[in-house]
Design a protein around this ligand. Sequence first.
Ligand code: GLN
Length: 285
Amino acid sequence: MTWRQILEAGKGQLKAAGVAEYELDAWYLFEYAFGISRAHFYLCAKDEETASSEQREVYETYLKRREAREPLQYILGEQEFMGLSFYVNRHVLIPRQDTEILVETVLSRHERKETSILDMCAGSGCIAVSLAALGGYFCIMGADISHEAVFTARKNAARLCGSGTVRFRESDLFSAFSAEERFDVIVSNPPYIESGEIDALEPEVSRFEPRTALDGAGDGLCFYRRLCADCTRHLNDGGHVYFEIGSRQGEAVLSLLEARGFTETEIIKDLTGKDRVVCAGWQTG
Ligand code: GLN
């Protein structure tokens, strides 16, 4: 078989499995399995006979995983976010482009490098690590309930901004934090999908991404309730919170924040015009 035939067969296999972006996905897996760049493929390799059956087996394995609707990013082990390449695996949510607006908002509103920042429910660490790498803040911490997620986040920090720059801690929300620990900014992309809606999502999400990173209980708001209460105890005076939200949750989360005494509440839209982030200020004086 030639390289071209192998690639075409892969596309056909993924198309039959109902993969929406089957051409692109077959190409990425092909490139990853064989190490052939697009330029090399088109300039000289496409009609060459292929040799190694071992490599072809590897490609077959990747295709089978994608056919079963495992996300491409878990197979490749990486996802880009804020122009940086993050390690991902089945223990962490795949970073979404939707979340970039949260990072961009914090970067543009907090220019002081001394701003202390906590990323609660950090997952892969994409928010905390992007803030450290792109904002150069001196004091950034991330926390997550999952041991494996914390391990992955530490790897991402070491890869993208040097180990020790961002400290990650295993914690069920603030359970592993002392009463004295306070921050200027607390950001979070908590689980916020209504439990009953998860099974209706794409199989890539519902079958493969960690449910603990998605499930916001009955009405999807469980973690906002806990965060709104707990953040009041861990913010410095004049501090701010930034939470990612589902597009229909804006008003409900603003009410939760206001009920706890937060001020300057605001909803920020993403690039597609949907409500995506809520932010609020904390003043004790
Ligand atoms: N935005 C993600 C999705 O739509 C959910 C992220 C979350 O629950 N924090 O699948």
